[in-house]
Design a protein around this ligand. Structure first.
Ligand SMILES: [Zn+2]
Length: 239
């Protein structure tokens, strides 16, 4: 009887542990008629904006990847938790929005691991994607970061113009199957643009998925130290 109870406990633990990232990603099955893209939001969380974006994502059954800043996530834990519970992905954007290109190795390690610890504390899971601040990177950072570097091929420049119309045009004029789109969830105008963009893109046959889902749907397994600009399988997309 004792052994049976132990066995039961073991089975429960295994089942519990297996409900991780793999299951979250594998629930998307590729439909050839759908064009998959990934919206990515940097520099948050910031509750007033992040939650508004999450409301829209939830309404249209869409997901996105949030590259969070660790010390902000400590303040706004609830919206990180909510994003994760909606199936969104949480990525690492350093602990203090540090420029790690050219930084000392121990600074790189500290900034990455402190942010990763915050993510683990909130979601129960370690992230495997990293977005360098300002997109700045070099070979040293690539080798030290221990995660896939996720860049983008559609830049909305939302942080510079604060215009929802300009963000909408940047996306609609440049988006293609497999795109990774850069936005920031500190901007109210970005939340506004999402409220128009997401239903419009959904109607055009796009589905918004996380970066990990986007890559895997296109047969790409993200590898530590490699850079990804989009998920179209061409040599220029990965380096
Ligand atoms: Zn940033």
């Amino acid at each position: 009887m004792k052994y049976f109870k132990l066995l039961l406990l073991f089975v429960i633990i295994v089942l519990f542990c297996s409900c991780g990232a793999e299951d979250r990603v594998s629930d998307v099955e590729k439909n050839e008629k759908i064009r998959y893209v990934a919206f990515t939001f940097d520099d948050g969380p910031y509750t007033p904006v992040t939650n508004r974006i999450l409301d829209t994502l939830e309404k249209y059954n869409a997901r996105a990847t949030f590259f969070i800043v660790g010390n902000r996530a400590e303040i706004y834990q609830d919206c990180v938790k909510r994003a994760y519970s909606l199936g969104c992905e949480i990525g690492n954007h350093t602990y203090s929005h540090a420029d790690l290109c050219g930084a000392k190795k121990d600074t790189v390690e500290k900034e990455i691991s402190k942010c990763s610890d915050v993510i683990l504390k909130i979601t129960g899971e370690r992230e495997n994607l990293f977005r360098p601040t300002g997109g700045k990177n070099n070979k040293t950072l690539q080798s030290e970061v221990g995660r896939a570097l996720i860049l983008w091929n559609v830049d909305t420049k939302d942080w510079s113009h604060h215009s929802s119309d300009k963000t909408i045009s940047a996306v609609l004029d440049n988006i293609t199957d497999g795109s990774i789109i850069l936005m920031h969830d500190l901007e109210v105008s970005t939340a506004e643009s999402c409220e128009k963009l997401i239903p419009q893109l959904t109607e055009q046959g796009y589905q918004l998925v996380t970066v990990s889902e986007l890559l895997r749907l296109n047969g790409i397994e993200p590898e530590a130290g490699k850079k990804y600009y989009n998920a179209i399988q061409s040599r220029s997309a990965i380096s």
